[in-house]
Design a protein around this ligand. Sequence first.
Ligand SMILES: [Zn+2]
Length: 1073
Amino acid sequence: TNKVQHLPTMHLRLGMQGWHDAATGFLLFSLGTGRRIQYVISKGGSEALLQALTTTAQTEPLDHSILLPLLRLLARVGQRDRKFGLKVQKAEATDTILSLARRSLGHHLHLTHCLWVLQVCASNVTTGTTLGINGAMELLFKVITPYSKRHIRTVRAAIEALAALLKSSNRRAVSRGYLGGLLRLYQDWHRNDVSNNYVYIRRGLLLCLKHITNIQLGRETFLFSKGMEILFTSVQDCLSCKNLDPIINTVIQILRKCYPKEPLPVATVRSSYSFPLPGNAKAEPPCEGSEGDYESDGEEEAEKDLDSEEEESKEEDYDLETDVNKLRSKAVLDRPEEELGQYKAMCPELSHNFQSLEDRTESLLSAPSHSIPNATSVKHPNYRLRNQSVTEMGPDPGEKDFKVPRQSWTNKEIHRWDQTDEKRDIAETAQDAHSCEDPARNHVLIAGGSLDCSDIVTNLLEKHQGDIPFHSPHFYITRAKRVKSIPDYKDLAFPDFWGHQPPPYSKPMLERKYGVQRDKVLDDVRRLIQPDDVIGRTVFDLDDPGAPGCLTFFSKFESGNLRKAIQVREFEYDLIMNADVNSNQQHQWFYFEVRGMKLAVPYRFNIINCEKFNSQFNYGMQLVMYSVKEALQGRPRWLRAGHDICYYKNHYRCSATAGRGVKGNFYYTLTFSIKFPHKDDVCYLAYHYPYTYSTMMSHLDILERSRNPKKVYWRQQTLCQTLGGNLCPLLTITAMPESKKRDDLEQFCNRPYVFLVARVHPGESNASWVMKGTLEFLVSNDPIADLLRKCFIFKIVPMLNPDGVINGNHRCSLSGDDLNRQWLTPNSQLHPTIYHAKGLLYYLRSIGRAPLVFCDYHGHSQRKNVFLYGCSIKETLWQAGCMVDTAVITEDVGYRTLPKILDKVAPAFVMNSCSFLVEKSRESTARVVVWKEMGVLRSYTMESTYCGCSHGLYKGLQLGTQELEEMGSKFCLGLLILHLKSLPCSKKVMSQAALLLDLEEEITDRTQSCSNSSQEIDDEPPCVEEVDYNADSCSDGEEDFSELDQEIQEYLSWVEGKTEDDEVTMRDSYKCL
Ligand SMILES: [Zn+2]
């Protein structure tokens, strides 16, 4: 208020008389820092200067010794004053400045000064419009000349003023036909400025073009005037010169913006796969709008973009839950209490009768699981390997007979499923594989015929058996046969069948090549400018199979996702991902097969319908590739692959209706180049290390057999059937009781629960690899695992969204819902896995056995490292800036213990990346619901990066499956330490632990309350190259105040050194400063 009261006095005191004093006062800041100028602005400096300008301009003759320094001051103050436009309007100074400029047309020094102020005024939309209407543009065009070394600074000032003016007067400029003129001017300067002396002039002209093309009319005129060709051709001369980056970047921005927008080249953006939902549930996503509305919503693209990003960051804080009542845990029930009884069957450990512990193995396993029953008939699997025609397939008698009526499974049926069928099938498959003599069946493993002998493959398969720990191709086939998918998969992807072995080395993150993005964008633009080599042929289409091409693509297998491939040029393909089933979005996960490649040729692939506005692909992440030839030569592995990788916004647009209220209307391109390791190989490319449902199921088969039944209590049940008719397994793992003594049996029953779930988001395969590590550790012979099993009963749902995983979704289930947003009120029909997982948790709570730890494994696509999200009332309220009455709100800080432990024991884990804030938008996630409704203090989401680590042992490296699995096992170690630190332990356990772990420090260091939320934001630092994922980057320096300041300074020192007559007045006025 003080400042406001000051203003009128400042105004009053400034007349002609006061000006000189004021000018002397302003001398200080004319050379001073921006902060000093801000102070002057806050004291009414802009108003004073504007008033002084009006007064000075009215005197006859003009006193340039006052006027010129005044104009310089105005330019410097005005550009920093956010309300300058408003003040100019109030002072009605636009006319004054325009008429001063007109009067100075014959005098370049005076004119330049006027143009600086004009530029600052024009930067404001309203003032700019007024200036435009009053003829500023015409005036400026009189000053701007074709290439000439005369009055270069005046021309520069005029061009920069014009660029500012065109932010608001672009429509006017286009309709007056100025766009063509600007293009010709640019061409002229570009052609003649061979020594690159006038880069700022060329860039100024480009900025004019950039602003003029902010409107659709501008873009159309630009295209019509051959603007794309002119700029594209001109920029080729600049690419080799690093000093010309400002020009290159601006050209590329214009080219990207003006590239005609198109809908994605698919008939509909809706998923190729749809699934009829039970009951009246609606599966239809909002229908798409009519064709042709792709341009209209891009009118002011640049501005819109910035807005949406700002909104996102603003939302974050706004999103925090600040209602204390909502943050407090609540024991509510979303279903009738009597329903909980059914989950008793899922806790067989609590009612197990260990009568005969001598042969406890048998007592636990109601069927002998390790003796494989002999099958009387050998069935052919209903799967063939790729390229086998259907007629080669044997009939599949038993398979289709097995049907579980939806939602009507009983324990008996599960039992039957678990124990009998599965074992029989495994046996059959094993026999199948060994007696497999049909050459037609196997030669398809490799295209091109180099390994077309089935014997080789059979031999390899035999040799290969057991090579990869915890993987069996035979088990895989058995499991895959049972999978129910919407496309009704008939093929197996080789990597999943054959297996993956992590390479013996880690791969560093990819170093970003300088200028990779602009090279790729220019290559994209070349499609338009030089279409001669554009093929534009669809070579793969889920919706319309049978279009052969140079490379052959395929994706109809478990977890596969590729909808369409278009050959653009000889070695370049545009790829389109399929939307999630029953959805028109969620394009991120891809997994497909490609064959028929040449050797040593880099193929460029563009995945053109990505949706997120940034990606780790811009920060060193590579995709993964699996080569069948490599696998058969003994290197069966997914490897990080691809170079020249970058991620940027492209020219495809979602129609307004289809994209409404979702993610905005943009698509992004992920581009990468690959040199395949072999000629005519069969390779698989994926977003991340695939891990299918069948992989998980066969992994469980192996785990069950590999465990020591005397030590490991293992029970695999079915949580429920999914919408798509697949079974969702539930595991119980703990230690067998020490003896049948009462104490031991009691200890067995009273172990606290740990509840783990994973893969609710199908595209987050990293979560499954972490879960794989957890499971293998839990059943292992490691003495730590042994101890851990004695401490806890583990309830694990390793895949909460089998249907999504099977059908190649990225985020949703078959109902098109994000299952991790359904925990508040899951629907038993539409979200059965969530409904029953929650039911089981309710049951545990109802018997007083809510888990000590709940953790939901996820993958994170935007950040590095592995970290936890947890829930804290206090941290949330603090972060939101709410007053926290510590007397009223008490909170156990125990939720921080586990992440702190993991920070020490797990190399990929970073405590500083963790967050314990409760956001409103997350209120229906597993973590928040389990925390609130089940009262679980340690309820977490574990996020694993798709990329790599920025801290610790793995700093700079991309994570492989080995590191992910290690994370899973270290998580277990963390749980053991948590137990030792937080729960009363028997002396025996403690002494065992002391032997195994170096726990001195760990245990004595009791959890200190770590109340200050010292969250470090580890967002990505800027890239070497400006990551221009928005069509309009805000980095072209227009907001950089120093630029105009410098221009003014340079001018003054240049004038200083001049002795020409017409500059005398200038020197005088300069000296008077
Ligand atoms: Zn997730």
